[in-house]
Design a protein around this ligand. Structure first.
Ligand SMILES: Cc1cc2nc3c(=O)[nH]c(=O)nc-3n(C[C@H](O)[C@H](O)[C@H](O)COP(=O)(O)OP(=O)(O)OC[C@H]3O[C@@H](n4cnc5c(N)ncnc54)[C@H](O)[C@@H]3O)c2cc1C
Length: 617
């Protein structure tokens, strides 16, 4: 329904609801008045009768007292009934008002959610009282123990102790995933203290090194870290050595292992997701053994290999590409050797466009968009709504915001940074909260206009858009290049339908990011260049029947299109019913076999593995 009509109808229905409530209250007041009057009349009659009777004086007095008491009691009942009826009318009115305009919340409600958001953004992790909070407090876990190992030996020891007790174990990073993947009733292993840079000397590397595609890699572009290191620290360490990550997401609070385990990605059709940057890793398995795992043609020289504290070297594609994206199901990742590059600077530009025009352009070359994706990084933010009441160019046209990033020799330009708002996510989030579609459409269009259009900085600073400053959760789905535009149409249909049925407003633009085909078997980008479509929601956006109303609707629609959900975002409706995972991932069976081999006995099982039918216990 066009938003101006929606607003007019909502106003009319609200007026009607208020009028009805006023009418009901009037009737109630009249009925109460009459009931009281009647009670008092009856009391007078009864008293008169008693007075006229020839009963003894004492008895008459007693009877009169009883009549007065009864009448007072009845009046009290009438008053109570009136109060209850009044509350019911108030509730009915509130319900009718909410139904007439389900998306508008009072200022008090908005204020409360804003306060709550700030509080939950400030703290996540272990509260030292045995409870662990995920980012945004979506999950609150009370495991049997929370441990913080600091060395490989401590990690192996704790796994061996857990094995002896038959306890479940789960590694956790920064808890930024939105689903239940890290939940456990057993031992939660907080990996943040495993965050050192490790020298490469201990490795016996081959003379000629290659990446996953067989391209030569220089030794100085290999960097070994413990897997609990946050991306932020990784960038600082690389900066110090004049190096840089190949690519990253739009945020740096995750741990390296957490990000790799869910196939966290950035954007750039020539660039793979984080797990494909790993060339070698060390995993602690359910037996408490440390294994160095690499692809079949891995970087270690197998004949010369020997490493203190590491039991075995496995060079096998199936094992390696299963472990790199394994959501904590195969063991605990201790360290990784990643491919990096020389430090670089990026120049970012943004441009507003009508989505219909961009869509036509992207359609060219089977979704590769006639050169538009040739930039090193390219992404699109799409307004979920069209404004029908704006007086500007955007009236009746869906707006989107394009971002390009390319290498530059130019250095940081302060003038460019101060103009406009840097960061795609810092759009006037609070104003969008709980607005109706028209309000949301206009606020997002304004935000697109306000955003800084030009920015230059060191690579990793340019990637970060301040996603954590707003407080939102999201689902994200991967589609092959020839199908993602159809998926966008379906998503827009879902959003419209949700408004039509009063379910929920999409309180954020949604994004398209492009990722090169990944090797990791369970990466949503496995085997095909992929467009990842992310649909965020601001924390606290009300919905019917619950706050995940749109998330459920996206799931139903996108699983039918055979989209692959991002393992680090919201996908709590996913199960393996009807062999769904095999249909989504051609190498799922191999992945499951590797899991059985490395994680038999169920140590790394949890509600997530139960839900997906991949528990081994
Ligand atoms: C503000 C924000 C911005 C984000 N931006 C992006 C983005 O730009 N691109 C993108 O793709 N995603 C993005 N995400 C999603 C995020 O990258 C993933 O959820 C990521 O997995 C979080 O990393 P983490 O360290 O918090 O891991 P957690 O959420 O703690 O854990 C994720 C999984 O990894 C496992 N795990 C963690 N550590 C280990 C280990 N050492 N060994 C074995 N398993 C382990 C856990 O058991 C769990 O299954 C974002 C999320 C947020 C909240």
């Amino acid at each position: 329904m066009p938003h101006d009509r929606y607003r007019r109808e909502a106003r009319r229905e609200k007026k009607e609801a208020r009028r009805e409530a006023r009418g009901e209250k009037k009737v109630l007041r009249r009925e109460t008045r009459e009931a009281k009057k009647e009670t008092r009349r009856e009391k007078r009659e009864e008293l008169k009768e008693v007075r006229r009777s020839d009963l003894p004086h004492a008895e008459k007095r007693e009877l009169k007292r009883e009549i007065r008491r009864d009448a007072a009691e009845r009046i009290r009942d009438i008053r109570t009934e009136k109060k209850e009826r009044k509350a019911e009318i108030r509730e009915d009115r509130a319900r009718a008002l909410a139904e007439a305009d389900p998306f508008r919340w009072s200022d008090a409600q908005k204020h409360e959610v804003n306060i709550r958001t700030r509080r939950v953004l400030e703290f996540y992790g272990d509260d030292r009282n045995g409870t662990w909070f995920s980012y945004l407090h979506i999950h609150q876990i009370a495991p049997s123990e929370i441990l913080h190992p600091q060395t490989l030996q401590e990690l192996k020891d704790l796994v061996r102790r857990a094995a002896a007790k038959g306890a479940h174990v789960r590694a956790v990073g920064s808890g930024h995933s939105f689903s239940d993947i890290y939940r456990t009733d057993g031992i939660l292993v907080d990996t943040h203290r495993l965050d050192r840079v490790l020298p490469l000397d201990a490795l016996r590397l081959r003379d000629s090194l290659a990446d996953h595609d067989g391209n030569p890699v220089e030794r100085r572009h290999l960097f070994q870290i413990e897997a609990g290191m946050r991306i932020q620290k990784l960038n600082e360490e690389l900066d110090r050595r004049d190096l840089g990550v190949l690519n990253m997401g739009s945020y740096d609070g995750q741990t390296f292992a957490g990000a790799a385990s869910t196939s966290t990605h950035g954007t750039g059709i020539g660039l793979p997701p984080i797990p494909d940057m790993i060339l070698s890793l060390v995993l602690v398995t359910a037996r408490g053994e440390a294994l160095r795992i690499e692809p079949t043609n891995g970087i270690s020289d197998a004949r010369a290999w020997r490493e203190d504290g590491i039991e075995r070297l496995i060079q096998d594609d199936d094992t390696f590409y299963s472990v790199t994206v394994s959501m904590g199901c195969m063991g605990i990742l201790y360290s990784a050797v990643i491919q990096v590059r020389d430090a670089y600077w990026l120049e970012e530009r943004k441009e507003r466009m009508d989505w219909d025009d961009l869509r036509e352009r992207l359609r060219e070359q089977g979704g590769y968009g006639g050169g538009i994706l040739d930039h090193r990084h390219f992404d699109v933010l799409i307004n979920p709504y069209v404004s029908h009441m704006s007086t500007g160019h955007d009236r009746g046209r869906r707006q989107c915001l394009l971002t390009w990033r390319d290498f530059t020799d130019r250095k940081r330009h302060y003038a460019h940074e101060t103009r406009g708002v840097r960061g795609a996510e810092r759009w006037k989030a609070r104003d969008v909260k709980f607005m109706d579609p028209e309000g949301t459409a206009r606020t997002i269009n304004t935000a697109f206009r306000l955003m800084g259009k030009h920015y230059i900085n060191v690579g990793h600073r340019v990637f970060i858009v301040g996603a954590d400053e707003v407080g939102g959760y999201a689902c994200e789905w991967g589609f092959p290049m020839n199908r993602y535009l159809d998926a966008v149409d379906v998503i827009l249909g879902v959003i419209d339908q949700a408004v039509h049925e009063g379910a929920q407003v999409a309180t954020s633009p949604f994004s398209l990011r492009f990722v090169r085909a990944a090797k990791a078997y369970l990466s949503p980008q496995h085997g095909r260049d992929t467009c990842m479509i992310e649909m965020p929601m601001l924390y606290g956006t009300p919905g019917r029947p619950d706050e995940y109303a749109l998330m459920h609707r996206y799931y139903d629609a996108l699983i039918r299109l055979r989209g692959r959900p991002h393992w680090g975002l919201e996908f709590s409706d996913l199960t393996n019913e009807g062999g769904l995972l095999e249909q989504l991932y051609e190498r799922f069976r191999i992945w499951r076999d590797v899991r059985r081999r490395l994680a038999s006995g169920g140590m790394f099982d949890n509600v997530f593995t139960d839900r997906l039918g991949i528990s081994t216990g």
